[in-house]
Write a protein that binds this ligand. Structure first.
Ligand code: DOR
Ligand code: ZN
Ligand code: ZN
Length: 326
């Protein structure tokens, strides 16, 4: 056995980030499977679940196989890969056993993946046997506000979450709401959970630690979808951590040049900063320390069925995160 002296260190189950964008194939100038998983390990994550909005997007058997081949050759930590939903791939996606889940964009974001209409969304909720992870912003509402040059208000998220929950309840499908950022979404999810709807959800570090007011100094570096919110919305996330299953970084790197360009892409990196932020919050009594392994290891493992991960126990993978908190 390999013996590691962890004297004086905090020992956590290896952290799992259930939502990262590693950019390969197609965006290797921003990130690839090697640099992204190196960032994960540097930040204390031993498993990452990668989103399918690559270039081309991962929406069929061949693209998923290619992504698995890239990851197998280059990743330095454990991983899973989502299959992306399109308006016409519900049958194929439902048959792909080597995807960790289905990612469905109800609203447009970085990349081309989008299933905006009910006609495209219904077949996925009808068929997909695993976890349906939803980027829950309603495209019609987004388009309405963006056309007026406005930011995407909380309404966009609430409309899409209400629809996703209704579909999950009707078809008894497992839905996972990505990057919950508003009080309204929390209220909808709390109510659905109380009624037994198979829903889980995640929050990002940027929505926990930043508000729209921070855009004054962040400029376009703070541009993400869903956008930074009010301090009331941010506080609602902290006040309702019991409803939240996972912290997910939504690690979405772009180059500085791109972020400072006239039409900057949305997305921020997060793998290397999330654990330090959460441990700082714990040290300041803003959260119970037990929330760190719950939200960053146990929760993601449970939601995405990673049977041998999330706990330090006999029979589990020996994935450990050691932290020198001095
Ligand atoms: O801000 C975002 N960036 N939101 C997303 O949904 C996608 C991500 C990206 O891939 O850049
Ligand atoms: Zn998203
Ligand atoms: Zn994302």
């Amino acid at each position: 056995a390999r013996i590691i002296d962890a004297d004086g260190l905090l020992v956590l189950p290896g952290l799992i980030d259930p939502h990262v964008h590693l950019r390969e194939p197609g965006g290797e100038h921003k990130e690839d499977w090697t640099t992204g998983t190196q960032a994960a390990l540097a930040g204390g994550f031993t498993t990452v679940l990668a989103m399918p909005n690559a270039q081309p997007p991962i929406t069929n058997r061949e693209a998923l196989a290619e992504a698995h081949a890239l990851a197998a050759a280059k990743a330095v930590c454990d991983y899973g890969i989502f299959i992306g939903a399109t308006a016409d791939n519900a049958e194929e996606a439902a048959g792909l056993r080597d995807a960790v889940g289905l990612k469905l964009y109800m609203g447009s974001s970085t990349g081309t993946l989008l299933v905006a209409d009910l006609a495209g969304q219904l077949p996925h909720f009808e068929r997909y046997p695993g976890v349906i992870a939803v980027h829950a912003e309603d495209e019609e509402a987004v388009a309405y506000f963006v056309a007026r040059g406005e930011r995407r208000p909380p309404l966009c998220a609430a409309l899409a979450v209400a629809r996703a929950l209704t579909l999950a309840e009707h078809f008894r499908r497992r839905v996972h709401i990505c990057h919950v950022s508003t009080a309204h979404e929390i209220a909808l999810i709390r109510d659905a959970k109380a009624r037994g709807v198979p829903v889980t959800c995640e929050v990002t570090p940027h929505h926990l630690f930043l508000t729209a007011a921070d855009e004054a100094h962040l400029g376009t570096l703070g541009r993400i979808n869903p956008p930074l919110r009010s301090s009331e919305d941010m506080q609602a996330l902290w006040d309702n951590l019991d409803v939240i299953d996972c912290i997910a970084t939504d690690h979405a790197p772009h180059t500085l040049e791109e972020k400072h360009s006239p039409n900057p892409p949305a997305g921020v990196p997060g793998l290397e900063t999330a654990l330090a932020l959460l441990l700082t919050a714990a040290s300041e009594d803003r959260i119970l320390p037990a929330n760190v392994p719950r939200l960053m290891a146990q929760g993601p493992a449970r939601v995405f069925g990673l049977a041998r991960k999330g706990h330090i126990a006999p029979g589990y993978d020996a994935d450990l995160t050691l932290v020198d908190i001095q």
